[in-house]
Design a protein around this ligand. Sequence first.
Ligand code: ADP
Ligand code: MG
Length: 307
Amino acid sequence: MNEFELIRRYFQRGALPDWCPIGIGDDAAMLRPPAGEALLICTDTLIAGRHFPLETAPADIGWKALGVNLSDLAAMGGKPLGFLLNLTLPEADETFIAAFAQGLFAMADQAGVALIGGDTTRGPLSISITALGSVVEGHALRRDGARVGDHVAIVGDLGGAALALEQGRAASSHLRQALDRPWPQLQAGQALAGQAHAAIDVSDGLAADLGHILEASGVGAELHLEDLPLHPELHVLAPEQARRLALYGGDDYALCVCLNDAALMHYRQRCAVPIQVIGRIVEGAGLYCRDDDGDLQPLSPQGYRHF
Ligand code: ADP
Ligand code: MG
C-alpha cells in the first residue's frame, strides 16, 4: 500500500464543512474562517515512548493526539474547526493504522472537527497534529489577563493521568481512561470566552501551568488544597499523595481559569460542566497554599519538563 492509498483508505472521508472548500487531495487546504472571528492555530507532537507508553493501544494514541490539541483550543475559548495530521510511521501496518484512525475519528466526531490535510512519512512513530479553531475577536482566553481578586477555578479533575502512569499495568480501566482518553474541555472553554480573564489547559501539572498564568499576568495565587477537584480514584490515597499528584502530575487536560464573580455566575448559568473554585489571585508573585495552622506556604512550580 503506498501513502496515497493509505490516505484515501483511512483518512479521507466524506464532504468537507462549508468553511473548508478545499481539503485533502490538493497542495494545500483552503479555509474561510467564520465572519467576524479570528483564527486560532496550535500544534502538538506525540513521540512514542515519551508522550505515551509504548504499549498504548493504537486507538488511544489517535484519540489523545487530537484531544491534546483540542484542549489547547479549549484553553483559548475557541470553537474547534479542523486539523492537519502529520504521521510518521515505521511501516504501513494496516492493523495499527485502522485502529489509530478509529480512535482519532472517534475524538474528531465527538468534537465536530474535520481532517483537512497532513503529511505522511516513514520513520520512528510520531504523530503531529495542527488544530484550527476560531474565536470572536477580543474574546480569546489569554494567559496574561489574570487580575488580583479573581477566583482560580478548575474545570475537569486532576491527578488521574499521573496515578495511571504510576500504577502502569495495575491501573483500573477507568483510571487508565484519564491517561489514554483525555477529554478536551471545549464546551467550558467556549462558555468562558469573553468572560474569564485568563485560562490555560493543565498539561504539565497544575502548579506549573498556573505558574505560567501568574508569570504572564504579573500576579500571585493562594490555593486551598482541600478544594482541588481530584480524580475519583485519588480519594483512597493519603491526602498528601493525592495533592502531590493533583499539583504536579501531568496530562490531565483540565482547564485552569481566572475569573471574577460575574463571570463565574455567567458560566454556571450557561454550562453544565462543573467548575471548582480552588483559590484566589493575589498581589505579588508565586504560588502559595495555607497549611493546617493557617500559615502561607510556598508551592514550587515544578511540573513535567522536557529539558
Ligand atoms: P505534497 O507532495 O504536495 O506535500 P502529499 O503527497 O504530502 O502532497 O499529500 C497529498 C495530499 O494528502 C495533501 O492534500 C495532504 O494534505 C494530504 N495528506 C497527506 N498525508 C495526510 C494525512 N496523514 N492525513 C490527512 N491528509 C494527508
Ligand atoms: Mg507532503
